[in-house]
Design a protein around this ligand. Structure first.
Ligand code: AMP
Length: 282
């Protein structure tokens, strides 16, 4: 069984001997409701030469806007500990909100430009909350290697930028998207989908596979690729598109044509459930 700790002090007791000896620590930050996508990050940490892997489970209130799903977000620490055990993780860090944000907390981390696009445009304040909690967690765990999923592509860009800009001495690993057998990207939010929306949600992956095929086959027109994504997603009656983005993979600026590396990312609502997915055209 992994050690389950709830305070920074308990965690530091475990980590201090490793820090002293300079032994590499791996870190996988999560909001829990762990699935095979999270497990893939844990396994990469275990295989990545770290002597110990810490998984954090913390539903961060700072990154949810009023009216979003903070209260409903699935929480199952008992189940998460079992998943972490099966993945061979040594430590689960599950702090309370009061442990992370004690009375008097007023300091935030923020970023210009890249946080304003894609999800940032539709979820104001979201990345300020993400950056703040991730910087805190990185300062608490002081990992040598931190693992994030390409599933949350913009988040991975924003975090890599923060690590560079603020001279954090660690390596950020961005890991492949793990999918269900039928192509739906794994997400803790998939449990919200009823059977109808679950079936409809397959259009996301279908649309991305199709435009990836077109783009690698030589289609350069943003307009054509955009139109194709929109058409395929539109086949799902309940789909409400937040955005379809065809952008530079680092600046997240719109591209004029798909000639270099390009990110194609989508955010779509099915009822109250908002799903994201993406593909990189290399
Ligand atoms: P979350 O618990 O949703 O905040 O995710 C925690 C970490 O797991 C983030 O770095 C996510 O990008 C990553 N992650 C979530 N879903 C997947 C997936 N399907 N495949 C790979 N990584 C994922």
């Amino acid at each position: 069984m992994p050690k389950v700790v709830h305070t920074v002090a308990e965690l530091h007791k475990i980590l201090q001997p490793l820090w002293r000896k300079g032994e590499p620590v791996g870190f996988v930050p999560t909001m829990g409701a762990l699935h095979a996508g999270h497990v893939s990050l844990m396994k990469l940490s275990r295989a990545g030469g770290n002597v110990l892997t810490v998984v954090s489970v913390f539903v961060n209130p700072l990154q949810f806007a009023p009216g979003e799903d903070y209260d409903e977000y699935p929480r199952d620490l008992g189940g998460d500990v079992k998943v972490a055990r099966d993945a061979g993780v040594e430590v689960v860090f599950a702090p309370s909100v009061a442990e992370m944000y004690p009375r008097g907390f007023v300091t935030w981390t923020d970023q210009d430009k890249i946080t304003e696009k894609l999800c940032g445009e539709h979820r104001p304040g979201h990345f300020r909350g993400v950056l703040t909690v991730v910087l805190k967690l990185l300062n608490i765990v002081r990992p040598n290697n931190a693992y994030f999923g390409q599933k949350d592509y913009q988040q991975s860009v924003v975090i890599q930028r923060m690590v560079t800009d603020l001279n954090l001495d660690m390596k950020v690993h961005v890991c492949p998207i793990i999918r269900e057998a039928d192509g739906l990207a794994m997400s803790s939010r998939n449990v919200y989908l009823g059977p109808k929306h679950r079936t409809e949600a397959l259009v996301l992956h279908q649309a991305l596979v199709r435009v990836h095929e077109l783009a690698t086959g030589g289609e350069r027109s943003v307009k054509k690729l955009y139109g194709e994504v929109k058409r395929i997603i539109g086949q799902a009656k309940s789909a409400k598109i937040d955005y379809i983005a065809i952008v530079h993979p680092e600046t997240l600026e719109d591209v004029n044509d798909v000639s270099g590396r390009t990110l194609i990312a989508v955010a779509v609502r099915f009822g109250k459930t908002r799903l994201i997915d993406n593909v990189l055209v290399e």
